[in-house]
Each structure stands twice: as C-alpha cells, then as structure tokens.
Design a protein. Structure first.
Length: 94
C-alpha cells in the first residue's frame, strides 16, 4: 500500500472523529456524549496527534488480516504524525 494512501486514510479518519458532524449531527452528538462521560475522551478530541494515533490503529485493522505488534505500533505512530502535520498545514488560525 502506498504511504500517500495510508496518510490520506489516517487523516480522513482523524478528521471524521474530531471535526465532522456527520449526517443529522450524529457524530457531533456521539462526541458530546463521550466528552461528558470521560476525561479521556475530552482530552482526546482536543488533539489531532492523539486522535491520529488511534486512527492509525483503526487503519491497521482495516488493511491487515493478521496481527503484527511492530506494524500495529508503526501504523499508530504514522497516523499520529501525519494527522498532526496535515492539521498544522491546513490550520487557518496561524
């Protein structure tokens, strides 16, 4: 798989989790519910690096049929780095 495709997949998942409201505001409502129930989720949704790590792990499970711990960790770190860098590149507040 191309690193570019993996980068787009990781950032897309991160954006979906962190920023997208979804149809009928479903994702927004889920995000608010999780934030109200857990400090972990409240902090997670503030940070593209954090969400990106988990999006990398999600990408690993979507793209692989067998488990390899080393690749699992690398996907997480790749997702974190890519999500953070892309979010900084498109951030209009700078």
């Amino acid at each position: 798989m191309s690193y570019v495709v993996l980068a787009v997949l990781c950032f897309s998942i991160s954006f979906l989790i962190k920023e997208s409201d979804g149809p009928f505001h479903i994702l927004y409502k889920i995000r608010l519910f999780l934030i109200s129930k857990s400090e972990f989720f409240a902090r997670l949704f503030l940070c593209y690096y954090c969400v990106g790590f988990y999006s990398g792990l999600i990408s690993y499970f979507l793209l692989n049929s067998s488990f390899n711990l080393k690749h699992f960790i690398v996907y997480g770190l790749f997702g974190a780095g890519v999500s953070y860098l892309i979010s900084r590149a498109i951030d209009t507040n700078n």
